[in-house]
Design a protein around this ligand. Sequence first.
Ligand code: DSN
Length: 418
Amino acid sequence: MVLADLPLSERDPSLAAMIRRENDLEASTLRMIPSENYASRAVQEAAGSVLANKYSEGYARKRYYEGQEIIDEVEELAISRVKALFGAEHVNVQPYSGSPANLAVYYAFCNPGDPIMGLALSAGGHLTHGHGVSITGKFFKSIPYGVRRSDHRIDMDEVRSLAKEHKPKLIWAGTTAYPRAVDWNAFREIADEVGAILAADISHISGLVVAGEHASPVGIADIVTSTTHKTFRGPRGGMIMCKQQHAAAIDKAVFPGLQGGPHNANTAGIAVAALEASTPEFKAYAKQVVENAKVLASTLAELGYAIVTGGTDNHLVLVDLTPKNVTGKVGAKALDKAGIVGNYNTVPFDPRKPFDPSGIRLGTPALTSRGFGREEMLQVARWIDQVLVAPTDEAVQARVRNEVAELCKKFPAPGIAV
Ligand code: DSN
């Protein structure tokens, strides 16, 4: 057999072993980072296929390279499925991920130095919505808005007054660590009042939007961006939806503005994910994601945890650990040792620094993909509490890790070989 035909386990056994270990880790732990999920076997097959071999600069039927008859079909299929799911007028599935999708929006509508607005990272926004360490905060004049001190919800009065003062070219509505619904119409009103482009970043919630578990910004915002691997449960990737009037500007910004050839295998994975997201099973899944997050939030609240905003409307729970005298980093690391994988996170008006903040962020998309429901979430909340009340107790961590692994065996993760 020629070397190129050897399986990975023989061609590169050490790397194959790493993948096997990651497989086992994902199989046996509770993956609660809200932006993660389990892509199905079919999505993984498409995303790992020979389509990755092909270069396809341009768009379907308008490529710069030959041999595109199948790639064109694949990209058109992905686009038509995403259009139908979201009711979008125009879709671009070429962005490599969420950050490049967002950069394309800037490139389409803004010039360097233009004022732009987005939710501050410290209040639950995203780096690419104008944070100072991001290129988006360096090349544009970023005016962040925040959440109210009283209830930690987005302060639409502040959004309006900042927009009127700074006349932004672009306003971002969208979040990464915000447990409540976003009011797209309220953003639309403000954008109209100041003549701004409104971009909704639904990376975290696109699966919920498809299923009607969160209101859709499609048709309200000028532009909607999303990753494809979070609640949408596809491969790593990005997509942009927009009104027809912005189609040419967006397409030109993605290619040739920012990117070269699209990652065609990922495009195929997006097509499969869109097919899966159109099923009644997916609708039930997304409903359960939200129900599970509500159970987690209310149970942790009963156990004495400070839940940011007092609960959740979506797939994530932001927990302020200050009342428990544990920092977010210590808490997240203790949970990780116990097989409960979340991330430490700032909470609004956090007196601590982002590298060792006061909170943890926990999500339910991956657990729900395993089939977890109310009973399992009650148990997860109890385990979280047992670990966090004694964050240096390695015996507790070991015991919980074993119990977690036992429960995981009863709920095999999709797309994971056991
Ligand atoms: N890294 C993603 C998240 O965890 O929310 C955002 O890009």
